[in-house]
Design a protein around this ligand. Structure first.
Ligand SMILES: Nc1ncnc2c1ncn2[C@@H]1O[C@H](COP(=O)(O)OP(=O)(O)OP(=O)(O)O)[C@@H](O)[C@H]1O
Length: 380
């Protein structure tokens, strides 16, 4: 029996994510398919916030697995990565421990972005079917997704998806109450409410425009079951091609001379919305930043200033335009690709939302790095 085992997965199931179906999905679909594929698994059913984080922070035998499966949404992926970030071997694990996602949460930007690359139709059923196929296949492949360094008043985080403040951050958080009943439609309903009770937010936004600086990232596609995490770590150590990254490597290295085009820009004003994304999709609706690529380390920043909008109707137009991928064409939406940005909030009353999770801070700096994680992405 021992030789027949193809690999080993560590599985986290959040029984309360999204519509609360993840335990059922694992018992009826994922588990039996993994059994048929002779993939073993160790299951952790999370009992509340920080459970997955604590397991990943302290688990001594992560090297024996081929990957981690997460049955939840972006929230649990964020928690898992930030648990790993607390480990001494974090930067050896990020590029060698593939993360597979079964989309039981209501926010699935990471999975949608990864599957969109392979032409998956962006609706709930196609994403679920494709995700199940990918994570249960013995020929599963994983590839690089850029990781971002985030510093707040209190903490450093690893982030992969978005940072928002103002209109869209409020919509995201205020609509959580409708998660079970409305699923992804909760964003639309809450959006209309917000556009008619429009708030403005005073803040200072500083950014540095993006320049490649001789960095050309690649996807680094690999087979999940060819090697265990420990074997991949050893292989990197033994290869003399490139020294492995042992910590954060920021894209904007202080020793390099900053060109004129990279000089910092500062805007202090009344904002309606500040939204920065690092992947194409923030949900299974159309892409929010169509030009974003998984492995590239650009931050796609967009913002709306109060002084640039005409009426509240403009905001309803903006929210509607997101579904049709026309939001970035609106004249009052400013967009720029940056390698770092700092938001200092001056007004109270909005949330700073990182990868969909609220972080308690008045100031947040997001920086591009040359670090990456790896995510299950295809099965062919
Ligand atoms: N058993 C549990 N009960 C309640 N919360 C949990 C439990 N297990 C994990 N959590 C927390 O719930 C959050 C899940 O967010 P996630 O995004 O994965 O799912 P979601 O239902 O789609 O939520 P969101 O709509 O915010 O994306 C995480 O922050 C995690 O810490």
């Amino acid at each position: 029996m021992e030789e027949q085992c193809r690999g080993n997965l560590l599985v986290f199931i959040n029984p309360h994510s999204g519509k609360g179906k993840s335990l059922e999905t694992f018992a009826h679909t994922v588990g039996p398919k993994l059994d048929r594929s002779l993939v073993r698994y160790e299951v952790v059913v999370t009992t509340g916030p920080n459970h997955a984080r604590n397991v990943l922070m302290t688990k001594p035998d992560l090297g024996k697995f081929n990957g981690v499966l997460i049955l939840s949404g972006d929230g649990l992926v964020f928690e898992a990565l930030n648990g790993i970030l607390c480990r001494e071997d974090a930067f050896r694990l990020f590029p060698t421990l593939p993360i597979g996602i079964v989309p039981s949460g209501s926010g699935n930007g990471l999975l949608s972005s990864v599957l969109a690359k392979y032409g998956t139709k962006m609706d709930e059923k196609s994403i679920m079917d494709r995700a199940l196929e990918v994570v249960t296949s013995v020929s599963a492949k994983a590839e690089s997704v850029a990781l971002y360094h985030v510093k707040t008043d209190k903490q450093t985080y690893a982030s992969f998806l978005s940072m928002g403040w103002g209109l869209m951050a409020d919509i995201d958080i205020e609509s959580e109450q409708w998660r079970r009943t409305l699923g992804a439609h909760r964003f639309t309903l809450s959006g209309f409410f917000r556009s008619f009770h429009l708030r403005t937010y005073k803040g200072k936004l500083t950014y540095r425009p993006y320049k490649p600086r001789n960095f050309s990232p690649s996807s680094n596609v690999f087979n999940v079951y060819d090697k265990t995490v420990q074997q991949r770590i050893n292989e990197i150590k033994e290869s003399h091609e490139k020294p492995p990254l042992e910590g954060w490597e920021l894209h904007g290295n202080d020793n390099e001379k900053v060109s004129e085009e990279e000089e910092e820009v500062t805007i202090e004003d009344e904002f309606i919305n500040v939204y920065a994304v690092t992947l194409s999709h923030i949900s299974s609706d159309g892409p929010f930043a169509p030009s974003a690529k998984l492995e590239e380390n650009r931050i796609h920043l967009s913002y709306i200033l109060y002084k640039d909008i005409g009426t509240r109707i403009d905001i309803a137009k903006y929210l509607l335009a997101i579904e049709h991928e026309k939001h970035l064409d609106l004249p009052f939406v400013k967009r720029v690709e940056v390698s770092s940005m700092t938001l200092d909030t001056i007004s109270e009353g909005s949330y700073v939302v990182l990868d969909g999770e609220v972080v308690d801070t008045k100031s947040v700096t997001v920086s591009s790095t040359r670090n990456n994680i790896c995510v299950f992405s295809s099965s062919a």
